[in-house]
Design a protein around this ligand. Structure first.
Ligand SMILES: CCCCC/C=C\C/C=C\C/C=C\C/C=C\C/C=C\C=C\C(=O)SCCNC(=O)CCNC(=O)[C@H](O)C(C)(C)COP(=O)(O)OP(=O)(O)OC[C@H]1O[C@@H](n2cnc3c(N)ncnc32)[C@H](O)[C@@H]1OP(=O)(O)O
Ligand SMILES: Cc1cc2nc3c(=O)[nH]c(=O)nc-3n(C[C@H](O)[C@H](O)[C@H](O)COP(=O)(O)OP(=O)(O)OC[C@H]3O[C@@H](n4cnc5c(N)ncnc54)[C@H](O)[C@@H]3O)c2cc1C
Length: 662
């Protein structure tokens, strides 16, 4: 049996799909998750969780109020705390994240920022003594932490953060203060009600000199009572578009005293007498953001996959309309439009995850390098992850929304759960740097790269930038996926040069640097997107080329073909400068035939991600495919259906109708 999801009693339409799969889904899982060892660990963890009934949702999550969701996730966290060491290797971040996803899903919880930003901030920014003091406590979850940087008035422009940390040598203390309403910390996940500690980013002030954003370890609440400490105002910012299981919060300080050694001092220092030592790289304090951005291709890929698991499985059991055979309606997955809607997103999800593995490794290496005093890789990774987070979050949002529409009416029901996945995922367009802003960060790097080429310093180009110095060449589209990479290289190079030229010309015409930049910004963001999409395509092809298993490689090459054809058509207006419209027509035909080729493996490709029903929380996406019976059961569980007549009917509608009858 190649598709390991096949089980007796499943919907026969799904079983039929799984029987068609031409590759072993366990082997594909090993490719997706980077190693056979981790793919096996994921399955073991999922299996162990399923043997602990208290870890299951106590009722359908979508019917819970916000308060119930928060309480439910805290209940599960307390159950988890009893089993932690048996379930996972607690030093393995990927295992921990898998456990969180499986048990707590994606709507957020008390530890939402603890593992992802609080601990990483301590790891990257605290010195050895500080780590000794706090890291163990944080890892053992004796304390709960978050990352409090954004303020009501400023998120993007970190240089304008208003919260001050003023150092007084006489007492050897910082005074943290919130000088205005707009200086209130606003948005940090799990800050409002859960966390008792935070890494707070504040403007360091010593003897009236402002040194800019620096991280501080701050206790917010009493460890015994959990009440806010004197001088601290903290609370929840209210319901959001999604992610409502998390208590994103506000935080204000009223002349709050903090001992000197609570400034995280691995890279910059304040001595007892107030002498300041600056960090080896000006932006080293931003590393927690780079850490999360380096994870985002992977995490967003998994969000998109969740929506696709639902939409593809449902499309295999949903029958509507006819093709040739008029005796039985077809699976909607057989429609070309449905395939065109879903398959390119499957390809992107695979591509994002492969990129994600690469950037996570790059961050881990950078962390080691920086600890050894080498900060030279920081700019490259900042540029790469800035572009990548922007492109993957945007395309993930598009892909999830298509997946929702691909499920027709039931896609709009919370029974599909796709709207929640969408709401959580598109938060990523904003958090960790608003997408346009981050595309412009990459653009700075691209412009500098063109300047290097223009001044004959191509040898100094960073990784992935050499193509900017190469001349356009003839493209032979019959030469395989590499030809499509060439199309992207041509298009990206042309756009990067065009945007840079515009920027330079505007400055030469007398505009200041900032105004010229702003007047070139749309072209610059286009350059960044093309550059990033080129990187994604190259990584995808590189990863697939490295695979040795024949059946896995075959289906992934089919997926690459969907990807390259779709992507080139998607940038048609740029591509037309390098390929003819006749060539584009032939790419279109190849795309349609690649959709056809992929069709038999569609369900196995998404099954290979091995995302459990517990995590999916979707009636439409159930592994067993028994959608209709369970849809009815789900609706019956609605709180509105627990009584035949609602109080509001008796109170308002009935008197109104009775009055109308008089
Ligand atoms: C428990 C675990 C969870 C389990 C997960 C499991 C399942 C997942 C399920 C659910 C999760 C779902 C959702 C998650 C929910 C919530 C999200 C979580 C966290 C969110 C956190 C945040 O958002 S934290 C706040 C983030 N804020 C930002 O990103 C702010 C953006 N702004 C900036 O980064 C900067 O201000 C700036 C970069 C835009 C500008 O900075 P500035 O100092 O003004 O610099 P300049 O623009 O002048 O540039 C100067 C030079 O510096 C270079 N540079 C800038 N940044 C960096 C850097 N980081 N590294 C290296 N270099 C940098 C820049 O390039 C310039 O260089 P040049 O001068 O050479 O051009
Ligand atoms: C779900 C979620 C979770 C979050 N979690 C945390 C957290 O844990 N901790 C934390 O500290 N923060 C958190 N945040 C805050 C988040 O990081 C910020 O909202 C984000 O960085 C964007 O900043 P902003 O809100 O100031 O947007 P703004 O900068 O005000 O953006 C508004 C518009 O202005 C544009 N803009 C701004 N500056 C420029 C520029 N220089 N050039 C061109 N256009 C520009 C943007 O592109 C955007 O269109 C979270 C936010 C969300 C939504």
């Amino acid at each position: 049996m190649l598709n390991k999801s096949i089980m007796d009693g499943d919907n026969p339409d799904l079983t039929e799909e799984r029987m068609k799969g031409a590759f072993d889904t366990d082997k594909m899982a090993a490719v997706i998750y980077g190693s056979e060892k981790f793919a096996i660990r994921r399955r073991e963890i999922t299996e162990s969780i399923s043997r602990i009934p208290q870890l299951a949702d106590s009722k359908p999550f979508s019917f819970m109020t916000r308060e119930e969701k928060i309480s439910e996730s805290c209940r599960k966290l307390s159950v988890l705390s009893e089993h932690w060491n048996q379930l996972i290797d607690t030093n393995n971040e990927e295992e921990a994240l898998h456990l969180y996803r499986e048990v707590l899903g994606l709507e957020g919880h008390a530890f939402s920022l603890h593992e992802t930003m609080f601990i990483p901030s301590l790891v990257a920014q605290a010195n050895d003594e500080q780590q000794e003091k706090w890291l163990g406590r944080a890892k053992r979850r004796e304390i709960i932490g978050c990352y409090a940087q954004t303020e009501m008035g400023h998120g993007t422009n970190l240089r304008a953060l208003e919260t001050t940390a003023t150092y007084y040598p006489s007492t050897q203390e910082f005074i943290l203060h919130t000088p205005t309403e707009t200086a209130l910390k606003w948005w940090p996940g799990a800050l409002g009600k859960s966390s008792n500690y935070a890494v707070v980013v504040a403007d360091l002030v010593i003897r009236d000199t402002h040194y800019g954003a620096h991280p501080f370890m701050v206790q917010l609440r009493d460890e015994k009572t959990h009440n806010p400490l004197p001088g601290i105002t903290v609370g929840d910012i209210g319901p959001k578009m999604a992610f409502n299981g998390a208590d994103n919060g506000f935080l204000g300080f009223n002349q709050y005293k903090l001992p000197r050694d609570h400034m995280l001092m691995r890279h910059s220092r304040v001595e007892e007498n107030g002498t300041y030592t600056k960090p080896p790289h000006a932006k080293i304090g931003y590393s927690s953001m780079v850490k999360v951005r380096s994870r985002m291709a992977m995490d967003q890929g998994l969000f998109m996959v969740s929506a696709l698991v639902i939409a593809v499985r449902y499309s295999a059991v949903r029958r509507q309309g006819f093709l040739d055979d008029k005796s039985r309606e077809v699976k909607v997955l057989d429609y070309q439009t449905q395939q065109h809607r879903l398959f390119p997103s499957i390809a992107r999800a695979y591509a994002f995850i492969f990129c994600g593995f690469e950037t996570i490794q790059l961050y881990d290496q950078l962390l080691i390098d920086v600890k050894n005093g080498d900060t030279s890789g920081m700019s490259d990774l900042h540029a790469l992850t800035s572009g990548l987070k922007s492109v993957v979050t945007h395309q993930t949002g598009e892909g999830i929304e298509q997946a929702r529409m691909a499920c027709g009416g039931h896609g709009y029901s919370m029974a599909s759960y796709i709207s929640e996945i969408y709401g959580v995922a598109i938060g990523g367009c904003t958090y960790e740097g608003e997408n346009m802003v981050m595309l412009l960060q990459l653009a700075r790097y691209l412009v500098k790269s063109v300047e290097l080429v223009k001044t004959g310093k191509s040898k100094e180009l960073g990784p992935m930038m050499n193509y900017l110095a190469e001349p356009d060449t003839q493209i032979d589209l019959t030469s395989g996926p590499e030809a499509y990479v060439k199309v992207f290289q041509h298009a990206a190079r042309r756009q990067v040069w065009k945007a840079t030229d515009k920027f330079h010309q505007l400055m030469e015409s007398g505009q200041s640097r900032d105004i010229a930049w702003n007047n070139s910004a749309v072209e610059l963001t286009r350059a960044s997107r093309l550059h990033t999409r080129l990187y994604i395509m190259e990584t995808f092809i590189r990863r697939v080329s490295s695979i040795s298993d024949v059946s896995i490689k075959k289906v992934l090459i089919d997926l690459v073909n969907v990807h390259v054809n779709y992507e080139v058509l998607d940038i048609g207006t740029y591509a037309l400068e390098h390929v003819s419209s006749t060539q584009l027509d032939s790419i279109r035909s190849q795309l349609y035939s690649s959709l056809d080729t992929l069709r038999p493996n569609a369900v196995s490709l998404i099954d290979s991600f091995q995302i459990s029903d517990m995590q999916l929380r979707s009636v439409l996406g159930r592994r067993d495919g028994h959608v209709y019976t369970n849809l009815f059961e789900w609706a019956k569980a609605s709180p509105l259906n627990q009584t035949h007549v609602l109080p509001s009917v008796n109170q308002y509608l009935k008197p109104m109708m009775d009055k109308a009858k008089l």
